[in-house]
Write a protein that binds this ligand. Structure first.
Ligand code: FES
Length: 129
């Protein structure tokens, strides 16, 4: 496991003391390694047999790239309007997150827009550039 947060105050359950063996990262360097969990993964990739990742989307895209889309599962999120596979608001490549996901194998997301843009609640596209 690699556990990351923006700052020290945003970690949950640090007081339980089970994080001695787990690399901690913070965006601001207030605890653990300054940087992102994906930075640690890139440095220690060979130590991980399989990776499970969730938001933020840019990090998920980095994880997929680091793992070359293999041995990774992604818990995807999209705005969902109908939740039953009719409206298309949750489209991610050829998949509907509400119907086909929300968990996908890395290979399924190889040619999708994950990490490149997202759709806002009104359907407009927001790029990550
Ligand atoms: S929320 Fe409508 S198709 Fe997924």
């Amino acid at each position: 496991m690699i556990y990351g947060a923006r700052s020290k105050d945003e970690f949950a359950m640090l007081d339980v003391g089970c994080y001695d063996e787990i690399p901690l990262t913070t965006d601001d360097g207030s605890l653990g390694i300054k940087g992102f969990p994906s930075d640690v993964l890139a440095e220690r990739k060979e130590k991980f047999d399989y990776v499970y990742t969730c938001d933020p989307k840019i990090m998920m895209a980095k994880v997929l790239d680091i793992m070359d889309f293999k041995n990774v599962q992604v818990s995807a999120e999209r705005y969902m309007k109908c939740g039953i596979g009719v409206c298309g608001s949750c489209a991610l490549g050829e998949y509907l997150v509400c119907k086909d996901g929300p968990v996908f194998h890395g290979e399924q997301l190889k040619n999708t827009e994950l990490g490149k843009f997202k759709r806002l609640p009104d359907g407009r596209i927001l790029t990550y550039d």
